[in-house]
Design a protein around this ligand. Sequence first.
Ligand SMILES: Cc1cc2nc3c(=O)[nH]c(=O)nc-3n(C[C@H](O)[C@H](O)[C@H](O)COP(=O)(O)OP(=O)(O)OC[C@H]3O[C@@H](n4cnc5c(N)ncnc54)[C@H](O)[C@@H]3O)c2cc1C
Length: 600
Amino acid sequence: MNDNLISRRDLDFQLYEVHNASSLTSHPRYSEHSRETFDAVFETASRIAETLFEPHNRLADEQEPKVVDGRVVLAKGVQEAVRAYCDAGFLSATADEDEGGMQLPVLVAQACLSVFRSANVATTSYVGLTASNANVIEKFGSELQKARYLEALRCGRFFGTMALTEPQAGSGLSDLKTSATPIGDGRYLIKGQKVFISGGDHELSENIVHLVLARLPDAPPGVKGISLFTVPKFHTDEQGRVGERNDVALAGLIHKCGWRGTTSTMLSFGENDACVGEMVGRPNEGLACMFHMMNEARIAVGMGAVMLGYRGYLASLRYARERLQGRAPDNKDPLSPPLPLVAHADVRRMLLAQKAYVEGAYSLCLYAARLVDEQRTSESDGERAECNLLLELLTPVVKSWPSQWCLEANSLAIQILGGYGYTREFPVEQFWRDNRLNMIHEGTHGIQALDLLGRKVVMKDGAALAAMQRVVTAAIDEALVHTVLEHMAKSLQVSWQDVMDSVQVLRPRLKSDGEAVLANAHLFLEAFGHTVLAWTWLRQATVAQRALDGGVDAVNEAFYRGKLQAAQWFFRWELPKVATQLALLRTMDDSHRAMRDEWF
Ligand SMILES: Cc1cc2nc3c(=O)[nH]c(=O)nc-3n(C[C@H](O)[C@H](O)[C@H](O)COP(=O)(O)OP(=O)(O)OC[C@H]3O[C@@H](n4cnc5c(N)ncnc54)[C@H](O)[C@@H]3O)c2cc1C
């Protein structure tokens, strides 16, 4: 594979040296696999991504989905790409072998997905949503629903969506109005409007299975009165055969700043009072089922954000090596040859910042994927509970940190290309536009911050934070074995203690004056996120230093030195921000909260 989509050396480092993918094969679930099978699957993913996903990435941005004679038409190349993805078995990469899946570890499947996201985030959305949709039906669906939909979703004959958002209910899902009226034999008439539904209409598959949140007639108000329903575009029988059209209508397409290859739809359910759905799971427990899908979707958002940042980093690095411009500050000879951009310190600063953001965030997303594997394979309830806690705590960080900082990486990539970066002749502006979505969908940045500080940090009497403290401490202890890493290990120790002390201060106030504390929740998200990222960098630095101590060839030496330099940059330039943010957080400053509407 070429290194346009991801650095293959970095991928191997992350998978095998940091996250130890090979160790998973000692578990019976993955014993049929080996590093060779993981590499072979990755090669297939790379080939499809390079030859079928990447080539129409720009075209699909320029030729947005449109409605022609009542049908949604997509850019040329989308259909062929998603078919190749499904035919190669990636939709069921992690499903059991006896259900036709590859039974791959989630860690390896996410690494494969990362290369598709790098190649074309919009086309990958169709299959990503479908895989998550299938996982919900597998976990919560009835046997009948599984017979109807599951196999078809797993092989890509059907695609799936998640339909939560309504015009008056975005972040505030408690206000959603779509109704579900029972009509007997477990079926319901669905009526309402949904907006922003990704992949809501197209002809990439025989059918589209919408997972729709709606309210029963007697449901209590708020989120405790929301149930989940399967609503197919075409009615489907018990053998998964497609029949008549259901009463789901495309009310319009939405035109976006980026991510333009994915259809974003307004959907009308039950305009003719004939939209039939079936409940998934139990009445009024729909949000919990949907969150099963949304947690995965949030990890996917984080990974998508990383890969857009990664792609921009690689593109700007290539450009900086090729473009000749300017001379060293102390060179006054106008006849001397100009230097490549990469020779200028300020350009190197921007490249190193990008490297630190994207490779750190990549490591974090793969760590979350590995936690899902450990959940599935751990032998003891205690270990499984520990993984659950860590995943719960880290999900808002995995979703939001890359959305913010890998977007910043995209901005730096544009800056490195100068005027050319701002034109549509070069790809980096599209990466920025595509990435700008990630702070918005799947729960906005603000909502993630409220979730982290208001819920995750304090849940189960701080058990998740205590679990995180154990993994941070373990990484610090491992790093302290190497004298050269002592300063980083100690800096992380200080920042982590600062986080814990701040939580101690805020916890009682969360009970007495929660609104005042949560008004500054974004500060905690930023400070905690940076501390977590420093931890991912300390882990990478420890692996790199260990390899260097063992002796390596010149190529590997350059790679590991690059890791240590990026870690050092993060610790010197980014981690110090944590202390300032936490100090401000502890003051519970109310400047913005006390600002009155009429003073703006
Ligand atoms: C391209 C795209 C794809 C999408 N795909 C899907 C999809 O497939 N399925 C689906 O169901 N939805 C989808 N969405 C919808 C998305 O999840 C919502 O846009 C998002 O949840 C925010 O809702 P909203 O747009 O109504 O913004 P609002 O909820 O109106 O929020 C606007 C701003 O106010 C802030 N805010 C709102 N409430 C609070 C609060 N209580 N406290 C503090 N701040 C608050 C938000 O953080 C945000 O900054 C998609 C959106 C986009 C743009």
